[in-house]
Each structure stands twice: as C-alpha cells, then as structure tokens.
Design a protein around this ligand. Structure first.
Ligand SMILES: Cc1cc2nc3c(=O)[nH]c(=O)nc-3n(C[C@H](O)[C@H](O)[C@H](O)COP(=O)(O)OP(=O)(O)OC[C@H]3O[C@@H](n4cnc5c(N)ncnc54)[C@H](O)[C@@H]3O)c2cc1C
Length: 484
C-alpha cells in the first residue's frame, strides 16, 4: 500500500479518520486550511456545540474515546418544548433515560481527536495548508500564511474537507447541492449565578413557531448555545430584523422567555454571523484512489443532529471494508456503493425533521402520537421503533384513494388510544390491549402511498444498550445508548 496516506481537512471527521488509519499502522499526512485551534483562539466553525449520538459514540468506542467524550458531554434525554401559549413540556426521546443524545463542544471534540491522532506518532497535521488542486496523484497546496504554493505526492487521498470540498471539485465528482431558504445565527444564554443552568439542563430546548424556531443546547459551564433558524426573506426573517431594536421587538413578541435570558440580545444577534444550510448528494464518492468522506460526500441540514455522527459512521464502515479489501480503489468504491443510499436517506430525514421541530412538536396530536409510541414500545421491545406520527408519506394528495382511509385510521387510532389510557387510569385495561389498531388500519394502506426510499440499513443496527468491559478501569459498564 502507498504511504503516506493523505487526508484533506482536520475537522472532526478528518481527525477521527486519521486516528483510525494510524491505529491500523498507516502513516498519515493531514492538510488543514485553518490554523491549529489548540494554539490559536479560533472557533471550530459552524455550531459551537453539537449532539453526539449512538452512531458517533460507536465510532468513538472503536478508538477507545467514547468514555472520554461522554465525560465532557451533557446528556439530553428529550426535547423541552416551549410552545407559544403554554408551559414548557418535556417530550422524552426514547423509552427511558438510557436513550438520549449528548451535547458536546464541537471545538473540544475536534481538539481531542487531533491530539489523539498525533499521539499515535503516525499522524502529522500541517495547518494553514489549503488544497487548491489535485491531479495525477499529486495535491497542490497553498500556504494560507505566505500564499506560496507547492505540490506533494498524494497517491491515496481521502477528502474530509467539508461541504464545499475542494477535493470533490478536483476529482470531478457530479454533485447535487440544494440550499434551504433558511439561515441560522447563534446566541448564548449565560450561566445563572453560581454557574447554575437557567433552563432544564438535560434537554434540548425548542421554541417551535411554525415557520421558524429557536433551539438551545446545554454547555458544561452552565450556559446554553441557542440557534435561531429563520427564513432569509419575508415578514419574520433575518432581513426583517437587521437592527438591534427590531431583534429585541421580535424576541419580545415570539420568544419572551428566551429574551429575558439573553443579555444585549439585539447587539448579539446583529454581530452573529449568518449561516447557510445545504444538502449535498454526490453521484459517487470515489474516483480511483481518492474518496470523499463526511460532509464532503454528504452534507445534510442540522435538524436531525446527524451530520457529524454520520461522518463518523463513514469511518467505521471504511474500516470494516479495509478488513477484507486491501486495494484502495476497490475499498473506496465499496464505501461509496454501500454508504450512499444511507447518506441520501438521512439527508431527506434531516429536512423532514425540520418541519417536525419547528411546527409539529407544538401540535397536541403529535404529542399524543408520541405517547402512543411510548406506550407501544415496552410491549414490543424486540420490534424496531416505529414512528407512528404520520410522516409526509401519510398525507397523500386529497385526490388519492387512500386519503380517507388514512384519515379515518388516524382518528380511530387516536380514539382507541385515548380510550385505552382512560381505561387503564381506572385500572381496567392493559395498556397495550387496544393500542395501535387504528395505526394498523392506516399501515395496511400505506405501501400504496409511500414513495420509494432506500432502506436505512444501518440506522437501527447498533444495540441500544450493552454491557462491556471498560478499557480504562477494567470494570463492566453499561454503554450509554440513544437512538438519534
Ligand atoms: C448549525 C449546525 C448544527 C449542527 N449540529 C450537529 C449535531 O448536533 N450533530 C451532528 O452530528 N452534526 C451536526 N452538524 C453537522 C456537522 O457540523 C457536520 O456534519 C460536521 O462538521 C462534518 O464534519 P467534517 O469533518 O466532515 O467537515 P467540517 O466540520 O466542515 O470540517 C472540514 C475541515 O476541512 C477544512 N478544509 C476545508 N477546505 C479545505 C481545503 N481546501 N484544504 C484543507 N482543509 C480544508 C476545514 O477548515 C475544516 O477543518 C451541525 C451543523 C450545523 C451547521
């Protein structure tokens, strides 16, 4: 195998990838366009914190870092929904407290991964080196400090250089890119006096407002990072709240409880950079001995909290492929073929989840369906989790022959659920006895209205919780489990 192997981009995925490859005995050169964030006070780019879930933890477990990451993370057991005209309401993510996602500082995670990669002695990360071209197994790099360009041999190259990947362009991979009409800005809720949390600590907070929303994830220091998602244009939009006074007025009308927690909100919002969100789907991820991985291959919008987690899973899958395939070209092609359907599916789910987060979580019917799911789960633990709340495919056009059946099924399902719950409260009916009949009524008809979507092969592949031996302490531990 040709050495050293070249990785472009030392973001979370590139750093983890370098660590994985180094642990297999390879020598890796990594070129990163930004300065070293461990030495220079730069942000890690994009969001300040992010949610690490099972998919990501599984990859981190493979390199022995899951416990370290969990020590620096805050578990979020569900969504705390701050509806416009009612008290905040907690919607659990899973069956119980073992099913959760973890809020983690993006910068700290990235730094940890870079340090662990370098600690192997086989990874050299060169900073402020931007890839500007790649041809014939040679990478052209520009020094971001001096502006000088040079060429290095890179016969085997892995591009983890993000959604605007330069390697993707150089490899000539056909790409489909779609931008949301929404942007985002980040704000901070500082810690309460004494470092306390001013909102529920173990939750992802959402203020759903139909066409837009605010979310907040907890940080270890007692603060929360809030992200405001708004359309670029329109009545309620970033264009309409440019001046600090407009922002204060907008928050007073739409998120009054959040306004009270964010000091100097108007100025903070005006100063915050406006981010854009894209979905990137590639026709193929590999060309010869070059491959794309992470956001470079499949950037997704952030509403499923799975972009980085899916990038981490790319690394796990590539390592599994390298266990039986020593030829880089064939291994990269296999990665592309096996991973692309999953990545495309999760990209669609992420867009779908935007509607769920900004609108549906405040809908009483949605809350009821979530309760149905929670009731059904314990009696069918062997079955994969079903999302009972009707997805877009359950809303056929009015002209569709299945539309009335779906409507009736939903109504009957909800009626039975309400009845069963009331009966149980009076101590008469087993909770599961009558649940789900209406849903089955709906489901029988769904195949006709369901658009074809590639199966999510790996989505449920990992056990929700497992007992294993800790690498550090040698003790038996239950690994943290979550489903998103
Ligand atoms: C608001 C927001 C919230 C998010 N929340 C979550 C979440 O909760 N959970 C989750 O899993 N995901 C989340 N994501 C998605 C996540 O940020 C990305 O999926 C993840 O950062 C992808 O990692 P990456 O290493 O592939 O790419 P990036 O993080 O983009 O890293 C790419 C690296 O390559 C470098 N680079 C770029 N171009 C070049 C070049 N030409 N030469 C050399 N180096 C280069 C960059 O400087 C960077 O260091 C969120 C995204 C956003 C925008």
């Amino acid at each position: 195998m040709a050495e050293p192997i070249t990785v472009i981009g030392a973001g979370p995925v590139g750093s983890l990838l370098a660590l994985f490859l180094a642990r297999r005995g390879h020598h890796i050169q990594v070129f990163e366009r930004r300065p070293d964030m461990r030495r220079v006070g730069i942000g890690a780019g994009r969001s300040i914190n992010l949610a690490v879930s099972t998919r990501g933890l599984y990859a981190l477990h493979q390199v022995g870092l899951d416990e370290e990451v969990l020590r620096q993370a805050i578990p979020m057991r569900g969504r705390m929904v701050h509806a416009a005209r009612s008290e905040p309401r907690f919607l659990r993510y899973g069956r119980d407290d073992s099913e959760l996602i973890n809020s983690m500082s993006r910068g700290e995670l990235n730094k940890l991964l870079m340090t662990e990669a370098e600690r192997t002695g086989r990874v050299r990360i060169e900073f402020q080196q931007r890839l500007v071209g790649y041809e014939g197994g040679r990478a052209r790099l520009r020094d971001e400090h001096s502006g000088e360009e040079r060429e290095v041999a890179a016969p085997v190259v892995l591009g983890s250089d993000g959604s605007a990947s330069a390697l993707r362009a150089a490899l000539g991979v056909a790409v489909e890119q779609s931008w949301l009409d929404f942007g985002y800005k980040e704000l901070t809720i500082p810690p309460a006096p004494g470092g306390a949390f001013s909102l529920e600590k173990n939750a992802l907070h959402i203020w759903p407002r139909k066409n837009f929303m605010l979310i907040a994830l907890p940080n270890l220091d007692g603060s929360f990072t809030c992200t405001l998602f708004l359309p670029f244009e329109g009545a309620a939009s970033f264009a309409a709240i440019e001046a600090p006074a407009d922002a204060e007025r907008f928050f007073a009308e739409t998120f009054p409880d959040a306004l009270a927690l964010i000091p100097r909100l108007g100025e903070a919002l005006a100063d915050a950079p406006l981010g854009r969100m894209a979905t990137v789907k590639c026709a193929r991820w590999s060309r010869g001995q070059g491959v794309l991985i992470g956001d470079a291959a499949h950037a997704i919008v952030p509403f499923f909290g799975q972009g980085m987690n899916a990038g981490f899973e790319d690394c796990t899958v590539l390592m599994e492929i390298l266990d039986h395939e020593a030829d880089w070209t064939r291994a990269f092609a296999e990665l592309s073929d096996s991973r692309r359907p999953d990545a495309d599916a999760i990209a669609d789910l992420a867009v779908e989840n935007f509607v769920e987060m900004r609108d549906k979580v405040a809908d009483p019917e949605f809350v009821l369906w979530k309760e149905v799911e929670a009731e059904l789960d314990p009696v069918r633990p062997h079955r994969p989790r079903r999302r009972l709340f009707p997805r877009p495919f359950a809303h056929p056009r009015a002209s569709s022959p299945v539309a009335p059946a779906i409507r009736t099924g939903r109504e009957r399902g909800l009626k039975r659920f309400r009845g069963a719950r009331e009966g149980r409260e009076r101590g008469r009916i087993h909770p599961a006895s009558r649940l789900g009949r209406g849903y089955r009524h709906v489901k029988k008809r769904l195949p006709h209205s369901r658009p074809s979507r590639p199966p999510l092969k790996r989505l449920w592949a990992y056990p929700r919780s497992s007992v294993r031996t800790s690498q550090r302490s040698g003790k038996k531990v239950r690994s943290t489990s979550c489903f998103r």
